[in-house]
Design a protein around this ligand. Structure first.
Ligand SMILES: Cc1ncc(COP(=O)(O)O)c(C=O)c1O
Length: 392
């Protein structure tokens, strides 16, 4: 995005500004973002929605402080909607409707931190095992939680290699046994849809492979791939009913939402029996205290309007576009690769001006597009024309 200069003077001065002085730059910024939308091919966020009729939510503070299951003393929350969102995700993820804890997070990354914190509480001495392709938030969480991070090699498709995980767990267990220590266990991150290629870790295989470590907590990082997995013909394991002990999803990715958000779930029995938050008049097992009631309400609005069938349709539409993109990129000579069922398509990294114009994500000598709902075949064709022109 270009400089702020065309937005006028944004400095907060001594004197109060007028409504128009704040509305005009916001309008200009939003207009610019709308113009840019057709070119946003590289990032896994759904931009095909309009919740501008939710503006009334901006007329009040909505603070979902503490757990969604309890109203709090302040009672200025959107917790009833949050509970509906959590119930929908719990059912989809195969969780026990009466025994699953969850809340709407600020992002997928917060959900990873919560899930790994939960694993850390259960298995305080366990190392964290994650693949080299795991999202960088996992490394941040390991640092914050002061967990030993063991990076596990990937298979050719970018999924974690269960044999490598088995070897890593066994090595550590043997080392501990030599010093007479009890099994420390393993906290394992299964990535359900790696960021660059959309590779899906084989969750049951990872669970089995980590058995030599002793007790295991598997966190499913299903930021984008959880909903894709739920509605894919192959139905790869991603949920609580399929071997995950906690899972996190981004709300603004596939579903699309005007603010970043996410959902985290884990069985009730894994959350601390000693909640805090007494002064709010509610239990609080979340990572913070105040949480965005706006995010929960907007995510609820998106899901309520789509319905389960609408989310399923979105997934199918994304897959059709990804198939189209692979063929078009092949024709353009960009050497595309698409994993089965993935909506990410990687291809040879084009020159800088093409990367910038189409907001492509890059890694080494490859770039990718993600066929999110706002990505059209026409946009893919236009990208391919640019790629062809750039290779001449
Ligand atoms: C696999 C994976 N996990 C986690 C995240 C982080 O999610 P968020 O951006 O919602 O924090 C991403 C973001 O792209 C991701 O691709």
């Amino acid at each position: 995005m270009s400089e702020a200069s065309d937005l006028g003077d944004l400095t907060i001065g001594e004197d109060p500004g007028t409504g128009e002085q704040t509305a005009a730059p916001v309008r200009a910024l939003v207009t610019r973002m709308h113009r840019q939308k057709p070119y946003e091919l590289g990032f896994p966020t759904n931009l095909a929605f309009d919740l501008s009729d939710a503006g009334i939510l901006l007329s009040t503070l909505t603070n979902n402080a503490g757990d969604p299951a309890h109203s709090d003393t302040a009672d200025i929350s959107t917790k009833p909607m949050e509970r509906a969102v959590i119930a929908w995700f719990t059912e989809l993820a195969g969780g026990d409707p009466d025994g699953t804890y969850g809340y709407v997070t600020g992002s997928g990354s917060e959900g990873i931190l919560f899930g790994l914190h939960t694993g850390r509480r259960r298995l305080p001495r366990a190392p964290l095992y994650a693949s080299a392709e795991a999202h960088y938030s996992v490394r941040k969480a390991a640092g914050l939680l002061r967990m030993e991070l063991v990076e596990v090699a990937c298979r050719a498709d970018g999924g974690m290699d269960p044999d490598a995980l088995y070897a890593a767990c066994r090595t550590r267990r043997r080392r501990d046994a030599l010093t007479g220590r009890r099994p420390r266990g393993a906290v394992v991150v299964a990535t359900v849809g790696t960021t660059m290629r959309g590779a899906v870790d084989d969750l049951p295989a990872l669970r089995a492979a980590s058995a030599p470590a002793g007790p295991v907590h598997v966190h499913s990082d299903a930021a984008l791939g959880g909903l894709l997995a739920a509605f894919s013909p192959a139905r790869p394991a991603w949920g609580l009913g399929q071997g995950a002990d906690s899972l996190s999803v981004s709300g603004h990715k596939l579903v699309g939402c005007p603010v970043p958000c996410g959902v985290v779930l884990t069985p009730d029995r894994y959350v601390s029996p000693v909640p805090v938050g007494a002064y709010l008049g509610t239990d609080d097992h979340t990572l913070g205290c105040s949480r965005s009631g706006l995010a929960a309400a907007l995510l609820w609005m998106r899901l309520r309007r789509l319905g389960t069938s609408g989310v399923r349709d979105l997934v199918h539409r994304c897959r059709r576009t990804a198939v189209y993109a692979r063929t078009a990129l092949e024709r353009a000579g960009a050497r595309p690769e698409r994993l089965p069922e993935a909506i990410a398509v990687t291809f040879d990294r084009p020159p800088r001006d093409v990367v910038d114009r189409w907001h492509l994500a890059t890694q080494g000598d490859r770039a990718h597009l993600v066929a999110m709902p706002h990505v059209t075949p026409e946009a893919v064709d236009a990208l391919c024309r640019d790629l062809t022109a750039a290779s001449r």
